[in-house]
Ligand binder design. Structure first.
Ligand SMILES: Nc1ncnc2c1ncn2[C@@H]1O[C@H](COP(=O)(O)OP(=O)(O)OP(=O)(O)O)[C@@H](O)[C@H]1O
Length: 240
């Protein structure tokens, strides 16, 4: 039996008397790759902020066991700041000392070898996302939490990023929890799916989640399904 690394019970959270999350209960086991889906405003980012400790005044119990690596939403990175990729990763080290050779290895692992001196403002969305992944992996986390990693990244970049995540998950036995609007990728890579819309509508192995369950959450689900088929076709033909 795999160890439980995230345990959430009866979690509720409100802002100005409005419930954003209500009675959320779930567990995540070591090595799970969990995809969280839900419509705009469903409370997905709020749940992530609670899990990483950015929001504290919630009701219920939340426990995470192990070191956490966090990749917040893409928009939170200020590309105007004139720093290169090496400095960007070092900022994630705060006051701790990290060997430059180790950072270079991380950059190599995420496919950014030789880009140490490149300014982050000149990097593509996909490169910046992989740089954020390298920074999140700096202290060898047990749990990696990502909020919409596909935002601002083109289709090719997305596929490469998800493949990389999948590789790291297998190699390091990482537990991954990821919010995404890309349902094709979620079904392709995640072994567990959570459908959230203020309450938890479904939570289970991706092979057992029925489209009808998600359909109740997303009126335009047929469009998403088409994008899933598109992704699978592309994948089979080895387009990337
Ligand atoms: N600081 C805040 N003040 C007031 N309302 C907020 C605040 N933060 C979030 N909300 C509201 O809480 C709800 C959930 O927001 P959240 O960002 O968690 O949704 P989400 O599922 O991540 O949405 P999206 O898919 O659009 O990113 C929304 O209705 C949002 O307007």
């Amino acid at each position: 039996m795999s160890k439980v690394v995230i345990s959430v019970s009866n979690l509720s959270y409100k802002i100005n008397e409005k419930w954003i999350l209500k009675n959320i209960t779930f567990e995540v086991k070591r090595g799970d790759f969990v995809g969280i889906v839900g419509p705009n405003g469903a409370g997905k980012s709020t749940l992530i902020k609670i899990l990483v400790g950015e929001i504290k005044n919630f009701e219920g119990h939340v426990k995470l066991y192990g070191k956490i690596g966090y990749i917040p939403q893409f928009q939170t990175i200020n590309r105007e700041v004139p720093i290169n990729s090496l400095q960007f990763i070092k900022m994630g080290a705060y006051k701790r000392k990290v060997k430059e050779s180790y950072i270079k290895k991380l950059l190599n692992d995420v496919g950014l070898a030789g880009k140490e001196k490149q300014l982050i403002g000149t990097m593509s969305g996909g490169e910046l996302q992989r740089l954020s992944l390298a920074r999140a992996l700096l202290y060898e986390p047990d749990i990696l939490i990502l909020d919409e990693p596909e935002a601002g990244v083109d289709q090719m970049g997305k596929a490469r990023f998800y493949d990389l995540l999948y590789e790291f998950q297998k190699k390091l036995n990482l537990t991954i929890l990821m919010v995404s609007h890309d349902i094709g990728m979620i079904f392709e890579k995640c072994n567990t799916i959570m459908c959230l819309n203020k309450t938890l509508h479904c939570h289970g192995p991706s092979k057992d989640v029925r489209p009808e369950e998600i359909n109740t959450l997303f009126p335009d689900f047929d469009i998403w399904l088409r994008s899933k088929n598109h992704y699978e076709r592309k994948h089979k033909h080895g387009d990337f």
